[in-house]
Design a protein around this ligand. Structure first.
Ligand code: S3P
Length: 174
């Protein structure tokens, strides 16, 4: 895959820091940042948490699939995918050959980064238990689509962004 599409695609769990790191990266590189959750929210006119409650997860996943597919064509900056986007096989196929970075995070750091906020419907009720389950289920999927992996535990967002830049600068010219 050459030329078109995002310069960097960030994948990983809730609490991996995709939005924070993506914003830092895009500022540093003079690129635009796009987050597929924001695309879906703008399209529907309500927050992700409300889409889950009102319309269900399946509906959200369909909107997310479309948002990812369109962003992979139209966005040339830094793109962050929602944590569950890689569940979709079509999305995984579309990510093949792209500059995808997996921001890996362990249970402890992910739980402390997401806190106890209600904006993440999949974590309601038992934040640590749900994150553990999601990490177990999804880590192989993140790894399967990623060209690079950055282990983020114990690092702040600026340190993670630095590592992503080093990897992409080094090997991003495909
Ligand atoms: C989800 C992650 C969220 C959001 C939705 C579902 C998931 O995005 O898309 O709440 O399934 O992991 P972030 O990873 O940006 O928090």
């Amino acid at each position: 895959m050459t030329g078109a599409g995002p310069r960097i695609v960030l994948v990983g769990s809730m609490g991996a820091g995709k939005t924070t790191v993506g914003t830092l990266l895009s500022d540093a590189l003079g690129l635009e940042f796009l987050d597929t959750d924001q695309v879906v929210e703008a399209a529907v006119g309500k927050p992700v948490a409300e889409i889950f409650v009102d319309d269900g997860e399946e509906h959200f996943r369909a909107l997310e699939r479309t948002a990812v597919a369109e962003a992979l064509v139209s966005h040339s900056g830094v793109l962050a995918l929602g944590g569950g986007a890689v569940l979709d096989p079509t999305t995984r196929e579309l990510l093949a050959g792209r500059p995808v970075v997996f921001l890996r995070v362990g249970l402890s750091d992910a739980a402390s980064r997401v806190g106890l906020g209600v904006s993440r419907p999949l974590l309601l009720g038992n934040v640590r238990g749900r994150i553990k389950q999601l990490l177990d289920e999804r880590t192989p999927l993140y790894a399967s689509v990623a060209r690079w992996t950055v282990a983020t535990d114990g690092l702040d967002a600026a340190e993670v962004a630095q590592q992503v830049r080093a990897l992409v600068d080094d090997g991003g010219h495909d």
